[in-house]
Design a protein around this ligand. Sequence first.
Ligand SMILES: Cc1cc2nc3c(=O)[nH]c(=O)nc-3n(C[C@H](O)[C@H](O)[C@H](O)COP(=O)(O)OP(=O)(O)OC[C@H]3O[C@@H](n4cnc5c(N)ncnc54)[C@H](O)[C@@H]3O)c2cc1C
Ligand SMILES: *[C@@H]1O[C@H](CO)[C@@H](O)[C@H](O)[C@H]1NC(C)=O
Ligand SMILES: *[C@@H]1O[C@H](CO)[C@@H](O)[C@H](O)[C@H]1NC(C)=O
Ligand SMILES: *[C@@H]1O[C@H](CO)[C@@H](O)[C@H](O)[C@H]1NC(C)=O
Ligand SMILES: *[C@@H]1O[C@H](CO)[C@@H](O)[C@H](O)[C@H]1NC(C)=O
Ligand SMILES: *[C@@H]1O[C@H](CO)[C@@H](O)[C@H](O)[C@H]1NC(C)=O
Ligand SMILES: *[C@@H]1O[C@H](CO)[C@@H](O)[C@H](O)[C@H]1NC(C)=O
Length: 526
Amino acid sequence: MRNSSFLFTALITLMSISTAISSQSPLQNFLTCFSHNSHASKVIYTPNNSSFSTILNKKMYNKKFQSPTTPKPLAIIAAKDASHVQATVICAKSNNIQIRIRSGGHDYEGYSYVSDVPFVVIDMFNINSVDINLKEETAWVGSGATVGKINYNIAKKDNNLAFPSGICFSLGSGGHYSGGGYGNLMRKYGLSVDNIIDAKIVDANGNILDRKSMGEDLFWAIRGGGGASFGVILSWKLKLVQVPSQLTVFDVKRNVDEEGAIDVVYKWQLVAPKLHKDLFITLKTNVVQIGNGSKNAIQISFIGQFLGTTEKLLPLISESFPELNLKKSDCFSMPWINTTLFWYGKPFGSPLEELLVDGPPSIYFKSKSDYVKKPIPKVAIKSLWKKLIQGKTMYMDWNPYGGRMEEILPSQTPFPHRAGNLFKIQYFNNWIDGSPKSIEQHVNFSRSIYKFMTPYVSNSPREAFLNYRDADIGANHPSNITKFDIAKTYGRKFFKGNFERLVSVKTKVDPKNFFRYEQSIPTLTH
Ligand SMILES: Cc1cc2nc3c(=O)[nH]c(=O)nc-3n(C[C@H](O)[C@H](O)[C@H](O)COP(=O)(O)OP(=O)(O)OC[C@H]3O[C@@H](n4cnc5c(N)ncnc54)[C@H](O)[C@@H]3O)c2cc1C
Ligand SMILES: *[C@@H]1O[C@H](CO)[C@@H](O)[C@H](O)[C@H]1NC(C)=O
Ligand SMILES: *[C@@H]1O[C@H](CO)[C@@H](O)[C@H](O)[C@H]1NC(C)=O
Ligand SMILES: *[C@@H]1O[C@H](CO)[C@@H](O)[C@H](O)[C@H]1NC(C)=O
Ligand SMILES: *[C@@H]1O[C@H](CO)[C@@H](O)[C@H](O)[C@H]1NC(C)=O
Ligand SMILES: *[C@@H]1O[C@H](CO)[C@@H](O)[C@H](O)[C@H]1NC(C)=O
Ligand SMILES: *[C@@H]1O[C@H](CO)[C@@H](O)[C@H](O)[C@H]1NC(C)=O
């Protein structure tokens, strides 16, 4: 009797345990699976952990997504090594939970940490080693290593080596490189992806692959096709590039009220993409307050970098771009690493350790991009300036192409915007008031500028830069088209003729479409 009662109790207990298991939430199942597959408890944050929001908000450059109404991940896995990434992939997949992958958190649309479906975030910031091989002039860098940390470590070893990438120190190499990665060495050496020679990635089966084992198709796809459609990038191998011991930089400003400013800007369109490869002159348009602050006006900055001395630069400019009226006193010579501080806007003499500091504070912003293939007429530029003055909060970057950018075939990497482009425009609108109405107003303004620019920029497709993610791209589609056709709409703008090859690689390496986000590469059937 006692025995049967014991058995009965045991049976009930067992039954309730198994009911509990089957009724456990996907997150609990994920956590159980993770603990079986990996040895670490201190890498998972759920909303129960007091530091959950701190970790979530730590790398979140667009402040819009810090709002309480933004959907939050079920958990954040702050991976410390590859095994944590593998366990996350395996356990998320078996529990039908999507993942989002974050390195530097600079995604303009928050695609690395926001989604409408249940998801966990793999956060790569701890995987950030930088190992430089001076003899080979190469480096292996973790995908969580920031551009600032990578640059700092290169410069500590050798002042004549560099790596082409973006300006902001806190960009993560995981997202920044896999989306292309451009910066002021672009006309000489191309994009970051043009100088990447190997990578390690965790695929949809949780395997770790390198260039050899992943094959050339997948290695092609992750260099500009966006990593998050294909796997989790663990690390990259970089081929470092040569720079002279002294570079020259300048920042020449023109107030648009000045006589002739429109002529210099117009001329810039003709010459900047054709200048000597060693010379990169970007054009920035800001709305500034003038007089006693009662009036807004346009200010143009010509910010330049030359891979050589001032003595060599001045004759080059007076020959090809005399309208700039560059003077010796405008020019500053310094090692490459100092130029990275200059481009970021740090005062001269700032310690190099500034490169390692966490990024700028989050801001509210909306950005869009365009490619320009023929010079924009003066009247259109003047109308654009008028609109910018009215809107007050938008600035523009015009980044010249040409040089190395036009020597590389559009099919060499997924990034297709090569020969035939004079420059790329970024329209960057940023503001202080985070109320829903203010956000809507500013986004509306960005859209109106984008609409105004239609006749002057690329069309069929209207090309866009993947790293400047914009949820509007491909969003205006007829309601009766398929999901694949929607993807084709944004895919053609980001990748042009490379879209089909990306789809075919995707279909081969991730046929169930495990790795996805709101603008990812689809498979042929998903
Ligand atoms: C202030 C600022 C300045 C910028 N300047 C430049 C510039 O000069 N040049 C330029 O090219 N771009 C620039 N950008 C854009 C930037 O390159 C993109 O936002 C880029 O995607 C950021 O990468 P991340 O790792 O920091 O961001 P994240 O938000 O972490 O990731 C961005 C995307 O990449 C995916 N991803 C991240 N890590 C991995 C990984 N390990 N494996 C697979 N997928 C991954 C994410 O899922 C997401 O889709 C700038 C952005 C900001 C905010
Ligand atoms: C989060 O909380 C759980 C449960 O208390 C704990 O096991 C885990 O270690 C915590 N995670 C971190 C990163 O501290
Ligand atoms: C979080 O805490 C609640 C209350 O203690 C508990 O019921 C729940 O299981 C916990 N969730 C996780 C994922 O640990
Ligand atoms: C600013 O200057 C303008 C004219 O230049 C003048 O009309 C205005 O009163 C001034 N405003 C203030 C606050 O001084
Ligand atoms: C470069 O930066 C370092 C560190 O701040 C500084 O000591 C050095 O003077 C700088 N060199 C030039 C030429 O600006
Ligand atoms: C933004 O534009 C939409 C569509 O044109 C319009 O309906 C809405 O009122 C605008 N919002 C604001 C705040 O201006
Ligand atoms: C979608 O609708 C439009 C107009 O209603 C029609 O012309 C088009 O053929 C339809 N496309 C598909 C794929 O059904």
